[in-house]
Design a binder for this molecule. Structure first.
Ligand SMILES: Cc1cc2nc3c(=O)[nH]c(=O)nc-3n(C[C@H](O)[C@H](O)[C@H](O)COP(=O)(O)OP(=O)(O)OC[C@H]3O[C@@H](n4cnc5c(N)ncnc54)[C@H](O)[C@@H]3O)c2cc1C
Length: 369
């Protein structure tokens, strides 16, 4: 029996963690490298609102993202169930849809948004199952907090959300156990300068050899992936335990789009700006004013909410806003360009690349068994 094949993953963000966990489960030996300590929350994954919105995103995405999102929406509860069984940790996950509303002056923008979604819906989608027009009464029935505040809206039933902070902690725990069991290692604070076929070279020039390597460094792979860039996003997290919303609410506005997504423990995440900027620095006052005032306009009860966190980071983005997941012409395996859709599409993408990697390592895994 030969030892299990050793996979080296550069980047322990959303994609790197999920892929490492899946490959460990499939019998691989895995080592993970990240430029930051695991508790650093400055990258895109921990900053995100982690909504899983295949329909709402059709305003800015195409049928490929919708299909990956629909598949991921089915995978998330299965994977979270497996993580729970391994770690005993509950991970907040809801699949209760998204409510879309607009103030009276912005009904034109709401109608335009609805027509965009309808135009991009895949031909086989049943419109009533994916988007429903709402009057004031139905808005109040879905979210009593908003009764009487909006005359019209949309309900997108096939949408969900996950608490990414809880997910990250559970993955850390499962990975610690898995890595210890296979003789792999999590190299924290070790930046990878270049990813080659079968080797990772760190920022000190040290070469680490593997049977197979994967580059999942997000915007950290800028120098090695043509066209990869960051799209800045800022979010505000507030605590408002007395305010009840069951599901994410999107507010359509001609100048900025806001969402407010409930989180465990009476918190809400409010976002997100989308700025063509490589600046990953602290949120600006302008953005916080816009997000804060739009939130207050959803319901004045948010006026008493406490600010818990202001955060900004860069979404890893390719020029066509589509992700890549697979082996490139240069032989390097990469998953990147998840843009604003990481939680929406990561399970489906990771499952695909996991399948391809296992096929590539097939003979080694059979020998190791
Ligand atoms: C404000 C905001 C809101 C968002 N909201 C949503 C949402 O509601 N729904 C949704 O689906 N998506 C959302 N996203 C998008 C989602 O967060 C990203 O698509 C996703 O995190 C990308 O995952 P990733 O693993 O590719 O990159 P990241 O999560 O950025 O992880 C990359 C990792 O690589 C590490 N790294 C970087 N450079 C190096 C190096 N040289 N060597 C080693 N390690 C390195 C980093 O430390 C990091 O841990 C949002 C993003 C932002 C910024």
């Amino acid at each position: 029996m030969s030892p299990a094949p050793h996979v080296g993953i550069a980047g322990a963000g959303l994609v790197g963690r999920l892929l490492a966990w899946r490959l460990l489960g499939a019998g691989c030996r895995v080592s993970l490298f990240d430029a930051h300590p695991r508790h650093d929350r400055s990258f895109a994954g921990p900053t995100a609102a982690a909504m899983i919105s295949p329909t709402a995103e059709l305003a800015a995405a195409d049928a490929q993202i919708h299909a990956l999102g629909t598949e991921s929406l089915q995978l998330w509860p299965q994977w979270l169930g497996q993580l729970h069984a391994q770690t005993g940790r509950e991970i907040y996950f809801r699949h209760e849809g998204t409510l879309v509303v607009a103030h009276a002056a912005d009904q034109g923008a709401l109608a335009h948004y609805a027509s965009l979604l309808r135009a991009h819906l895949p031909a086989d989608a049943v419109v009533d199952d994916t988007m429903q027009a709402l009057d004031a009464e139905r808005i109040g029935a879905l979210e009593p907090l908003l009764a009487g505040r909006f005359a019209a809206g949309l309900f997108l039933p096939q949408e969900g959300q996950v608490a990414n902070d809880q997910l990250y902690v559970a993955l850390e725990q499962a990975l610690d156990t898995g890595l210890a069991g296979c003789g792999g290692r999590w190299y924290e604070g070790v930046a990878i300068a270049s990813v080659g076929v079968g080797s990772l070279t760190d920022a000190h020039g040290q070469r680490h050899a593997f049977d197979l390597t994967v580059d999942s460094r997000g915007v950290g792979a800028r120098g090695e992936l043509s066209g990869l860039h960051g799209v800045r996003g800022e979010v505000l997290t507030v605590s408002a335990p007395g305010v009840n919303l069951r599901r994410p609410v999107r507010l359509i506005h001609p100048r900025y789009a806001l969402y407010v997504a409930p989180r465990p423990g009476g918190q809400f995440i409010v976002g997100a700006t989308e700025l063509d900027s490589e600046d990953g620095g602290a949120p600006t006052l302008r953005s916080m004013l816009e997000l804060g005032s739009a939130l207050y306009s959803v319901h004045p009860e948010f006026g008493e909410a406490r600010v818990v966190r202001l955060a900004a980071s860069l979404r890893p983005t390719l020029p066509d806003h589509r992700p890549i997941a697979g082996r490139g012409d240069d032989g390097v395996w990469r998953v990147n360009g998840l843009f604003r859709h990481g939680y929406l599409i990561a399970p489906a993408l990771v499952r695909r690349i996991e399948h391809d990697i296992l096929a590539a390592l097939g003979a080694d895994l059979r020998d190791a068994a």
